[in-house]
Design a protein around this ligand. Structure first.
Ligand code: AMP
Length: 427
């Protein structure tokens, strides 16, 4: 299967070949034809599958085939849950539209709105946005969605996790009823299905699991260790393994900061990426990680979601996630684009229940290793770590909104898709 046979224009094919892609990924093969036919699409795909090109390429094709007006109204809206994802999607839109006469822009919170508003005022065809800033600018009369023809909801499950349901509903109300809708989600809970039902019109359903990121294709290992020895152990593993690019997950923002500090003191360059970091700090950390000047990126689940970091050799769970599905998302960061990957988890006694739940979900027992001198504490309680004690509850934050403390009550209502345990999600 070639990109040409999918029906994309020669101008887009030129941009695709400039990007170095030779064959479409499974999700691209499945999603591009129905999108080009103007159908609504519901796609099950997570980051790493090539989903961004899966919706961006046909979207650009459709827009470039139809005549443009002198004043350009926003004709395509791509809504993403996080700033990072918005920036990445926008970078892709720019690259793929390099040879087309189309204009695009990205807007997200945490940065000055003036340049964003100025770009929109000049007229753009494609807007990539996070919900908070989009509604802000809309409320100020700085943009209109009345002429949107194609609406893309990216990472819909995370949108709901982050409490954006009401915002999405508001955005939808401000667009024309007659439009093409594309919805992407890694998971399909009841809430997601309900949302899809409300947005999509007789959608074509497509599905793709990342080729190299299936759970059993990744080498996974658990280190049983005493809680108090985790930091020393992770430093030992990274130093002795001479690992150059390591993504580490912690459960909390505070934990991410603390670990970063300790690593830096041990001579390992590390940076944290989480919701309390400014946009500038996050971009800098990610850029440093990509160019190799930062060896370890310590991230929380939501902050890491959607980051485009190809060829990641090592992922370490400094703490296991309390939501089993997050484990699958986390380790899916290894072995992308054909590279081999290794996912390690440091597990203390109080995480035993989390480990059991994860093993149940992935339907396999993870191999366990104990490093001499870093043995687990035989007397430690296996009572699960308490959630939300003295820490920020997920419902009280909205890292993506530019409205800070003025966050509307609707943002605070979190639509949890995983009611399994009574847990919060901190990032
Ligand atoms: P995504 O799932 O959209 O975040 O894409 C994951 C990574 O795969 C990105 O680095 C893309 O640039 C890359 N990618 C997307 N489509 C292709 C393709 N057809 N061939 C090779 N790489 C691709």
């Amino acid at each position: 299967m070639s990109f040409k046979s999918l029906g994309l224009s020669d101008t887009l094919l030129k941009a695709i070949s400039k990007k170095g892609y030779t064959t479409p990924s499974p999700i691209q093969e499945k999603a591009i034809p129905p999108v080009l036919e103007g159908k609504d699409v519901l796609a099950s795909a997570q980051t790493g599958t090539g989903k961004t090109a899966g919706f961006t390429l046909p979207l650009l094709h459709i827009l470039s085939e139809t005549p443009k007006e002198k004043y350009r109204p926003i004709r395509a809206l791509i809504l993403t849950p996080t700033r990072e994802l918005a920036a990445q999607v926008y970078a892709n839109v720019k690259e793929y539209s390099e040879f087309l006469n189309l204009r695009s822009a990205v807007i997200f919170g945490g940065v000055n709105q003036k340049p964003q508003a100025a770009t929109i005022r000049q007229g753009i065809d494609v807007l990539v946005a996070t919900p908070g800033r989009l509604l802000d600018l809309q409320n100020q009369g700085l943009l209109s969605l009345k002429r949107v023809e194609i609406f893309v909801l990216d990472e819909a499950d995370r949108m709901l996790d982050m409490g954006f349901l009401r915002d999405i509903e508001r955005v939808i109300k401000s667009m024309p009823e007659k439009r093409q809708n594309l919805m992407f989600s890694a998971t399909f809970s009841k809430d997601i299905k309900k949302l899809a039902h409300g947005i999509l019109n007789h959608p074509v359903q497509v599905e793709a699991t990342p080729e190299n990121t299936t759970v059993d294709a990744i080498s996974q290992k658990v280190y049983r260790v005493a809680k108090g020895l985790k930091t020393e152990l992770i430093i030992k593993l990274i130093s002795e393994g001479n690992w150059k690019q390591v993504l580490v997950f912690t459960r909390t923002k505070h934990g991410a900061n603390k670990l970063c500090e300790k690593m830096s003191k041990s001579g390992i360059t590390a940076a944290a990426i989480h919701g309390n970091k400014s946009q500038g700090a996050r971009t800098k950390a990610l850029a440093g990680f990509k160019n190799g000047s930062v060896r370890v990126l310590v991230a929380t689940d939501i902050a890491a979601r959607g980051l485009d970091i190809p060829l990641l050799p090592h992922v370490i769970n400094f703490e296991l996630p309390n939501i089993s599905e997050d484990y699958v998302h986390r380790i899916g960061r290894t072995g992308r684009a054909g590279a081999s990957g290794e996912a390690l988890s440091l597990v203390s006694a109080d995480e035993t229940t989390f480990l059991r739940d994860i093993e149940k979900l992935i339907e396999m027992k993870l191999p366990v290793e104990i490093v001499e001198g870093f043995e687990p504490d035989p007397n430690a309680s296996t009572e699960p770590v308490k959630q939300g004690q003295g820490r920020q509850n997920r419902n009280t934050r909205n890292s993506n909104s530019s409205r800070g403390s003025n966050t509307s009550s609707s943002d605070k209502k979190t639509n949890s898709r995983r009611p399994k345990r009574n847990t919060d999600r901190r990032h």
